[in-house]
Design a protein around this ligand. Structure first.
Ligand SMILES: Nc1ncnc2c1ncn2[C@@H]1O[C@H](COP(=O)(O)OP(=O)(O)OP(=O)(O)O)[C@@H](O)[C@H]1O
Ligand SMILES: [Mg+2]
Length: 311
């Protein structure tokens, strides 16, 4: 039995301006103990899929189960198996951190779990904030409390919807250490994030959603291997020729162009020379998940992995 199973999930929103098919036949399983990444651009449908998993929204079509419990028919069992860190910061300003965690435990009928609450506070760097009021916390600290709240009942399946948005570097590392430890202990993790280097480092398998459909699903290593092998990175103040500009990833004065092999690297360099683009700090590196993501979202590559997603 998989930890999470999505079968033919569709979701249509109907509003004044017509209907929107936010999810369009999403099917895949997450096995127990996996660290699974769900990636996609803004509006791809990630949070909608998680809302359906959490029982907060109803699928228009299809079925979803958690640890064998259908999220509609056996809502309470399914919900108890899940720890969900929501994308939006929602909290009750009147309680202290510890109170909020005790109240959350109460929702799941868990009592006398103060030792675990202390461990959560410690592991998430909140120990010195235990008696602070929720409204006194900074945004990043509130997000850490949301993570702790999701874990109070020790759910076998942990779902994190952009848990590191707005969280500083040090804290991201603390958070990932903690989640990775839980994953090693057997907890299944489903993560959405826009920090693709986090997904690359943490997730064993990754699904990519685009406009409500799975467009790639494979082991992270296979996704990396299937797309462009190398990336040329350099700084320049000059304008790139149109053909290179169209395929380059530009951040300020840093440009990155991916290449499949050494011959292509050679071609790109020749093209830069011919168009008199002055280049500084040139380096050739391995393609990372961001390159893979962009190439898949732009509609290239990964046909083979798409087929697997529907298998
Ligand atoms: N309650 C709703 N009513 C109408 N449309 C909605 C509703 N919730 C989401 N949508 C639409 O469904 C689509 C998917 O939204 P969703 O929040 O699932 O995206 P996402 O992948 O989580 O994006 P992000 O990376 O920005 O969090 C979007 O077009 C969004 O506008
Ligand atoms: Mg979202």
């Amino acid at each position: 039995m998989p930890a999470v199973s999505f079968q033919g999930v569709a979701k249509t929103f109907t509003g004044a301006r017509g209907t929107l098919r936010a999810l369009d036949g999403v099917s895949f399983d997450i096995e127990r103990g996996e660290f699974f990444g769900l990636l996609g651009p803004n509006g791809a449908g990630k949070t909608t899929l998680i809302s359906i998993l959490a029982g907060l929204a109803r699928a228009t079509e299809g079925h979803v189960s958690v640890m064998g419990h259908d999220v509609v028919e056996h809502y309470a069992d399914a919900r108890r198996a899940l720890g969900i860190v929501p994308q939006e910061l929602v909290f009750d300003p009147f309680f202290s951190v510890r109170e909020a965690l005790r109240i959350q435990s109460g929702y799941f009928g868990v009592r006398g779990n103060d030792a675990w609450i202390d461990e959560l506070l410690e592991g998430l760097g909140l120990a010195d904030k235990a008696s602070a009021n929720m409204r006194q916390l900074s945004g990043g600290m509130k997000r850490r409390v949301l993570v702790a709240q999701a874990l109070v009942h020790r759910p076998p399946v942990i779902v994190l919807d952009e848990p590191t948005a707005g969280v500083d570097v040090e804290l991201r590392q603390t958070l990932w250490q903690f989640i990775a430890r839980l994953n090693k202990q057997g907890h299944t993790v489903l993560l959405t994030t826009h920090y693709l280097e986090e997904a690359e480092a943490l997730c064993g398998r990754i699904a990519m959603l685009k406009q409500g459909r799975i467009v790639a699903l494979d082991r992270t290593a296979n996704l990396l291997a299937a797309t462009a092998g190398s990336v040329l990175r350099f700084k320049t103040d000059d304008v790139l020729p149109a053909d290179l500009a169209a395929r380059a990833r530009v951040t300020g004065r840093i440009a990155q162009v991916s290449a499949h092999d050494a011959a292509e690297v050679e071609q790109i360099l020749a093209r830069l020379r011919a168009s008199q683009v002055r280049v500084e700090d040139l380096e050739i590196g391995r393609a990372d998940l961001e390159d893979v993501f962009l190439s898949i979202m732009q509609g290239g590559a990964a046909a083979a992995t798409t087929a697997e997603a529907h298998a």
